[in-house]
Design a protein. Structure first.
Length: 388
C-alpha cells in the first residue's frame, strides 16, 4: 500500500488497524512466552489464531461497538474453554468494553463486562482449576479498571463536548445579536430616509408647480415659492448629510442630526402651509421633558402624516395636536380631505414606517378614515419605556 493510499484513509481507521495489529502481536507473543505442553490438544496455533481473530475485530470497534464487544468476548471464551491458560485472551474484550462505554453504550458495556466475568469465573470453578484462581482475581481487577477508565473517559469527553457546544451557541448568539442590531439600524436609517425625502420632496414638487404657474402672472409669489424650495432643499441636504455620515461611521453609534423633536413641529406646519395646506397647530406641555428618541418619533409621525395630507388627501385644512402629558406624548393629525379608500390606507411605506417607529417606542398608533371625511392619525408615545 503506497503512501498516498495511507494518506487518504481516515485517521481513526488507521489508528484502529495499528491497535488491532499491536493487540494481535502482543497477545500471541504472551501466549508463546507462557508456553505449554507440546502435545497439548488442541495445538497452540489454534489458540494463536483465536487471539488474532479477536484482535482483528477491533478494527470495527468505532463503527459497531456493542457487536465488536460481543464477538471478541465469544472468541476469547472459546479460547478459554479450549484450555489455553494465558490471560492474553482478555485484552481484546477489555478494549471492546472500553470502546462501548466511551461510545455512549454504557448499559451494553457494563452488562457485557459483568456477564463475561461471571462466565469466566464460573467456568474456571466448574473446571476445578484451583491453580489459576489468583490469575482470575487479577483478571477481575483488570476488567474493572477498564470499565472505570472507560466511564471516566466518557464523562470527560461529554464535558468537553458540552463546553464546545456551549461556546458554539454563545458565538451563534453573538452573531445573531449583531445581525439583529444591523437589521434594526438598517430599518432605522431607511425610515429616516423615507421620512426626510417623502415630506420635503413633496413640498418641493408643489412649490415648483406653483412657481411655474405664477412665473409670468405673479412674479412675487413665484419668487416666494422658489425661496421656499431653496430653504427646503437646504434642510434636505443637511439631513441627508447627517444620515450618510452615520453610514460612513458603521462602527460607531451615530445619531441622526439634526435631532428634530417636538420643538421642530412648528417648522413642519410652516412647510405644510407653504404646500397649500392650512394647518392649525396645538402644542402643549414642556418639550424639554420629552426624551430625544421620543421627540424624534413624534416629529417623524407629524412629518409623515402631513406628507400624506399634501400628497394624497386633496385636503385644504389639517389640524395637528401634540400634547406632552405626565406619562406620554399624544400626537393627533387630522385633515378634511377625501381620506384613503379601502386598502390604500396601508398600501405605502409611510404608515408602516410610523407603526414600526411607534412600536419601537412601546407606544400605540391608529391610522384610519375619520367619521365624516378626512383621515386621522393618532399615536401615544410613553415618556418612559418599560423594562424588557
Amino acid at each position: 500500500m503506497g503512501r498516498e493510499s495511507l494518506r487518504r484513509m481516515p485517521r481513526a481507521f488507521v489508528v484502529d488497524c495499528a491497535l488491532s495489529f499491536a493487540v494481535a502481536v502482543s497477545t500471541v507473543l504472551t501466549s508463546v512466552i507462557a508456553g505449554g505442553r507440546a502435545e497439548q490438544s488442541p495445538p497452540a496455533w489454534v489458540g494463536h489464531l483465536l487471539l488474532v481473530v479477536a484482535a482483528v475485530f477491533l478494527v470495527a470497534r468505532r463503527r459497531f461497538p456493542p457487536l465488536v464487544m460481543v464477538l471478541t468476548m465469544l472468541v476469547s471464551l472459546v479460547y478459554f474453554g479450549l484450555g489455553f491458560g494465558t490471560g492474553a485472551f482478555t485484552v481484546a474484550p477489555a478494549l471492546a468494553v472500553y470502546t462501548a462505554i466511551t461510545a455512549k453504550h454504557r448499559i451494553a458495556g457494563f452488562t457485557g463486562a459483568a456477564v463475561y466475568l461471571v462466565i469466566v469465573l464460573l467456568a474456571d470453578r466448574s473446571g476445578g482449576q484451583r491453580d489459576v484462581s489468583e490469575g482470575n482475581v487479577w483478571m477481575v481487577i483488570w476488567i474493572l479498571v477498564i470499565v472505570v477508565v472507560g466511564e471516566v473517559s466518557r464523562g470527560r469527553a461529554e464535558h468537553l463536548r458540552g463546553v464546545a457546544e456551549q461556546a458554539a451557541r454563545a458565538e451563534l448568539t453573538r452573531e445573531m445579536e449583531a445581525q439583529r442590531r444591523a437589521d434594526q439600524e438598517r430599518l432605522r436609517i431607511a425610515r429616516e430616509l423615507h421620512d426626510v425625502l417623502a415630506h420635503n420632496i413633496s413640498v418641493i414638487s408643489i412649490q415648483a408647480g406653483v412657481a411655474e404657474h405664477l412665473l409670468h402672472r405673479d412674479p412675487d409669489k413665484a419668487h416666494a415659492a422658489v425661496t421656499t424650495i431653496r430653504h427646503v432643499t437646504k434642510d434636505v441636504l443637511v439631513e441627508l448629510r447627517s444620515i450618510l455620515d452615520v453610514l460612513r461611521r458603521v462602527d460607531e453609534a451615530g445619531e441622526i442630526f439634526p435631532p428634530s423633536g417636538v420643538e421642530g413641529i412648528e417648522r413642519l406646519a410652516g412647510l405644510a402651509a407653504a404646500g397649500g395646506i392650512t394647518v392649525d397647530l396645538d402644542v402643549r406641555g414642556r418639550a424639554s421633558r420629552v426624551p430625544a428618541d421620543v421627540g424624534l418619533a413624534a416629529y417623524r409621525i407629524v412629518q409623515e402624516s402631513l406628507t400624506n395630507v399634501i400628497r394624497h388627501s386633496g385636503a385644504a385644512h389639517a389640524s395637528v395636536v401634540v400634547h406632552v402629558n405626565e406619562a406620554d406624548v399624544l400626537i393627533r393629525v387630522r385633515d378634511d380631505g377625501r381620506g384613503a379608500p379601502g386598502d390604500d390606507v396601508r398600501a405605502g411605506n409611510g404608515i408602516a414606517g410610523m407603526t414600526e417607529r411607534v412600536r419601537a417606542m412601546s407606544g400605540t398608533i391608529t391610522a384610519a378614515p375619520a367619521d365624516e371625511r378626512g383621515f386621522v392619525v393618532e399615536a401615544r408615545l410613553p415618556l418612559r419605556r418599560p423594562e424588557p
